[in-house]
Design a protein around this ligand. Structure first.
Ligand SMILES: NC(=O)c1ccc[n+]([C@@H]2O[C@H](COP(=O)([O-])OP(=O)(O)OC[C@H]3O[C@@H](n4cnc5c(N)ncnc54)[C@H](OP(=O)(O)O)[C@@H]3O)[C@@H](O)[C@H]2O)c1
Length: 263
């Protein structure tokens, strides 16, 4: 990342995992080799994520943790307080990546100033943004601190090429959320055919597609078998033709929201 530290290219997403389920999923993910956990203040599971990391016995420095400042915590002072509150819930002195969760029109500029301070004070090893489309990124082009990462919805059915390109130009790591399109396209024939050829599942093909595009992938699962399956993606490679075929699936299909509306 442009702030100097590295981000593991595969992590586990934790949205909709709460309480014991969040704890167990993170424990299992760490056991099968994940070293990157994506949480957020809005997910309501930071305490369980921190607890699972401590219980794993794996040194804190070996695990990359991302959390995010939610909309009602934005603004300069509020975001600084939110960061402290997240760290308290996680039980950490710093996170590896702190993101603005959503580009709230009236607050995002002030929040970004707070992110620079969070970085300076060492409460995050890197800071970044999420759901930032080109217009939002342009606002930050002249800032003293450039985001290290932009996390946005990205899978074969939604490939915002302009955002990817602008991130590459600004040396911002592209992180794909909802990389499995929330499971809604698992029966897609094109993907299933490619998966069958490799003896892999459709989910593994979707993740592999993102990895080969050099996107950081954070598939979510609360199921132990699927958590393992989603990480078993480093023993095969999609051909250039298969990559192109998957690229052709783009149909501007959002499973979440369209951030271009937050002008
Ligand atoms: N920054 C943002 O605004 C934002 C927005 C959305 C998401 N995110 C982050 O990105 C992460 C991932 O996105 P997401 O949770 O929206 O969606 P996703 O990872 O694309 O899909 C998750 C869904 O797919 C299912 N699934 C997982 N592995 C599977 C497999 N191998 N085979 C079949 N189904 C499978 C899961 O069910 P089971 O749990 O039952 O396996 C769940 O229903 C989130 O958890 C969160 O950390 C960030």
């Amino acid at each position: 990342m442009n702030h100097g530290s590295s981000i593991p290219i595969l992590g586990i997403g934790t949205w909709q995992l709460q309480g014991r389920r969040a704890y167990e999923a993170v424990r299992h993910a760490l056991k099968v080799g994940y070293r990157h956990i994506d949480t957020a203040s809005m997910y309501g599971n930071e305490s369980e994520v921190g607890e699972a990391i401590r219980a794993s016995g794996i040194p804190r420095d070996d695990i990359f943790v991302t959390t995010k400042v939610w909309n009602d915590e934005q603004g300069y002072d509020a975001a600084l307080r939110a960061c402290d509150a997240s760290l308290k819930r996680l039980g950490f002195t710093s996170v590896d990546l702190y993101l603005i969760h959503w580009p709230v029109r009236t607050k995002r500029k002030e929040t970004w100033r707070a992110m620079a301070r969070v970085l300076k004070e060492g409460k995050a090893r890197a800071v970044g943004v999420s759901n930032y489309m080109v217009a939002h990124l342009e606002e930050l082009a002249g800032s003293a601190v450039t985001p290290a990462v932009n996390q946005f919805e990205l899978h074969p059915w939604l490939q915002p090429r302009d955002v990817i390109e602008r991130c590459r130009q600004m040396k911002i790591v592209v992180e794909a959320y909802s990389p499995l399109a929330r499971g809604r396209k698992m029966k897609d024939k094109t993907v299933a055919e490619i998966a069958a050829k490799h003896g892999k599942t459709s989910a593994q093909v979707l993740i592999r597609w993102g990895l080969q595009r050099e996107f950081v992938e954070i598939p979510k699962s609360g199921d132990p078998a699927r958590i393992g399956e989603n990480a078993d993606v480093f023993d095969f490679a999609l051909t250039a033709t298969e990559m192109k075929t998957l690229e052709g699936l783009d149909e501007q299909y959002h499973v979440t929201w369209d951030p271009t509306r937050e002008a």
